[in-house]
Design a binder for this molecule. Structure first.
Ligand SMILES: *Cc1c(COP(=O)(O)O)cnc(C)c1O
Length: 391
């Protein structure tokens, strides 16, 4: 069929540059080891921080929900697709997050879109960290609000933006809690102080902090003892929580507003029963098995130290997201391909996800990895680095 020649040209260009990537289908369940192309490899690229994608209690909850309530809901939440379990879960989640209320969206991505596109008008301004996640950027594109972008985690730049925006009704400062490509934590105490000084609201996207930071994985706000001082906490149920979904944990007012105005909530079908039941069971797991988070951090320290001892540059990470800096885009992909040959699955991340020339192998260890697996992975990194003259 004709008409897409201009797209094919761009794809061909990407192939020439070495930045074209095939999808990589797993032939097994997610886990510390997975099967890819018939080969068993150590998984270092998932967001399955706690191994919850296959937690027995969550699978059991999903099975039960499937049996009792079927595989789908047949409607959006606002018409006929709200099950009692959806609301029960939102209450439980709010309690867990120490907030008045919460509202679940289909994904973290649609949560950011739904919030940012609905709560701001031309009378308002959104002030956003330059390295915020794509879903925040897209959410901002959908608002009529003015926008200011401040330099990454730069508090002088944030204060400047706050000073320059006194004429607006609402000033909303938005930041990732943990930055997904570098693994650094936002300086929330300073952000909160500045926002309070200038009377601004704060929204934190805790996608990579949910289940990872704070008591029982409550996130960065709890991690910094800032409960009650951050207006909107966005979280995802798709990463450490192991299932699917996103949420806004905030006030009753925001929840009610989003039910009426949050477009993905209004116009896209609600989560299947199995998804909600598994998410619900995940909160119990976080409360009952804090040792999973301890193990995650123990593995994180072990792996980071191993990489540093080998001489790798792991950037500014403070979390289980550990980038191994390579530089050149094509070399980064080559490094990843060689790791696979050595039995390690760790994807290269290059432009446009990160700046050109800042290519990296992005690794995330999980609570499921054994020390032996991590040691084996470190050997593979060493071997490939020597082969490609990277160290
Ligand atoms: C992954 C991610 C999202 C999207 O979450 P999903 O539930 O996968 O849609 C949103 N924000 C940040 C910061 C993320 O890292």
């Amino acid at each position: 069929m004709k008409g897409f020649e201009y797209l094919q040209e761009q794809l061909d260009e990407m192939k020439q540059e070495g930045t074209y990537r095939e999808l990589v289908p797993l032939e097994s369940a997610q886990g510390s080891k997975v099967q890819i192309k018939g080969k068993e490899v150590i998984q270092l690229s998932s967001n399955n921080y706690l191994g919850l994608t296959s937690h027995p209690k969550m699978k059991e909850a999903a099975d039960q929900a499937n049996k009792e309530f079927g595989v789908g809901t047949g409607s959006v939440r606002t018409i006929a697709g709200t099950l009692k379990m959806h609301e029960d879960f939102e209450e439980k989640l709010a309690k867990f997050k120490h907030t008045e209320a919460s509202l679940v969206f289909q994904s973290g991505f649609t949560t950011n879109q739904g919030i940012l596109s609905s709560i701001l008008t031309e009378k308002d301004v959104v002030i956003s960290d330059e390295l915020n996640h794509a879903s925040i950027i897209d959410g901002i594109r959908l608002t009529k609000a003015a926008r200011k972008i401040y330099k990454h985690v730069d508090m002088e730049s944030l204060e400047q933006a706050l000073k320059e925006s006194s004429e607006y009704r609402t000033r909303l400062v938005v930041t990732d809690g943990v930055f997904s490509m570098d693994g650094n934590i936002a300086p929330l105490p300073e952000i909160v102080e500045l926002a309070e000084k200038y009377g601004a609201l704060i929204m934190v996207d805790d996608a990579h902090a949910s289940g990872v930071l704070g008591d029982n994985g409550r996130g960065t706000v709890n991690h910094f003892n800032l409960d009650g001082r951050v207006h909107i906490q966005v979280g995802t149920l798709s990463k450490a929580i192991g299932v699917l979904g996103g949420y806004a944990a905030s006030t009753k007012t925001l929840r009610e507003y989003l039910i009426h105005k949050g477009r993905p909530f209004l116009f896209s079908t609600s989560h299947p029963p199995a998804v909600t039941a598994a998410n619900d069971a995940a909160i119990d797991v976080l409360l009952d098995e804090p040792e999973l988070i301890d193990k995650l951090w123990e593995n994180t320290k072990f792996f980071k130290k191993g990489l540093k001892d080998l001489g790798f540059d792991t950037g500014i990470s403070e979390t289980p997201i550990t980038p191994v800096m390579i530089g050149d885009d094509a070399l980064t992909h080559k490094f990843s391909d060689e790791l696979f040959e050595e039995g390690v699955f760790a994807q290269g991340i290059v432009f446009p996800t990160v700046q050109r020339g800042k290519g990296r192998i992005r690794t995330i260890v999980t609570a499921e990895h054994s020390k032996e697996e991590l040691q084996e992975a470190l050997h593979a990194f060493e071997k490939v680095a020597k082969k490609l003259n990277v160290l």
